[in-house]
Design a protein around this ligand. Sequence first.
Ligand code: MN
Length: 358
Amino acid sequence: MNRIERLKARLKAEKLEGVLLLNDSNIRYMSGFTGSDSYVLISDDVNAFITDSRYTEQAESECKGFEVIRWGKPLLGLNETIKELCTKYGMTKIAFEKEHVTYGIYEKLIKELPAVEWIPTSELVEQLRSIKDEEEIECIREAAQIADQAFAEILKYIRPGVTEKDIERELQYLIKKQGADDIGFSSIVASGKRSSLPHAIPSDKKIEKGDFVTLDFGATYRGYRSDMTRTVIVGEADDKQREIYGIVKAAQAAASDFIKAGVSCKAVDDSAREYISNAGYKECFGHGLGHGLGLDIHEEPYLSPSSEKVLDFGNVVTVEPGIYLPNWGGVRIEDTVVVGENGIEVLTKSTKELIIIG
Ligand SMILES: [Mn+2]
């Protein structure tokens, strides 16, 4: 079954006549469209791609199997266009993506088309997206390889005196130079005491001897993202730094060994959390262990204490425990991995041994 057929099967199983997709990544997944500001209406006998004049030509070449419908002045407004489609195909009950509707869209579409019964749904497409096919995994594999290459290069650039912002700018350039369409997300570069901030924004702070430098970054390749974190030391590591690094590295390895299809996301999170907790740093690991990634940098399934999901073949997730000590510093180590039958394939292959930049 192709993606459209699988979505239609889901609609049928949930007794839904059709669905209006509003999220860019969900729309890209279903139609192949790489632009924005567009809508997809799918039911048993409709594959409609609704867009404005900026994107009609692009949509006609990208969206195989879709009827491309142009809305906008001087043609019909969006709500009239959808109303016309509903009348034409006799659609009276349409699902919409409740997580991706602004109040403005809600007013425009949903309130102004009272003849349609709008059914709020969640994760209709996200559930399909969470299982990657071989082609998608190949894109993420490439995005991970680009990140690995950029990491090898950035190590030559990190030294006392350069700022976090310098490193971030150089890293961005290296990622693109290695063939990425774009960076995967805004890179995190956090050094010294600032490395205790899990999501630090790169600052003008200069790198000093003895600093941890945490680099969290990735690449986007054909729409698909990679995500990795490495924490390195500049100059010399002291005993405390070695201790914390060793604990995070072992927790990351424990969780990685634990991952396979059929294991609950919560149990995977537990495996790293317990290790860190037993080492005495329970309170210093505040975020979830990982997240799915693909067309979005954060998507299902999440590896967290509150997740109720179970891992399946073809999930691609990050494994990224960390220990953060306020006013001292922190360590995070992160890989992007594919879930397989007997364990994982690690896509980000840079060493996790402590790198000391001399
Ligand atoms: Mn991540």
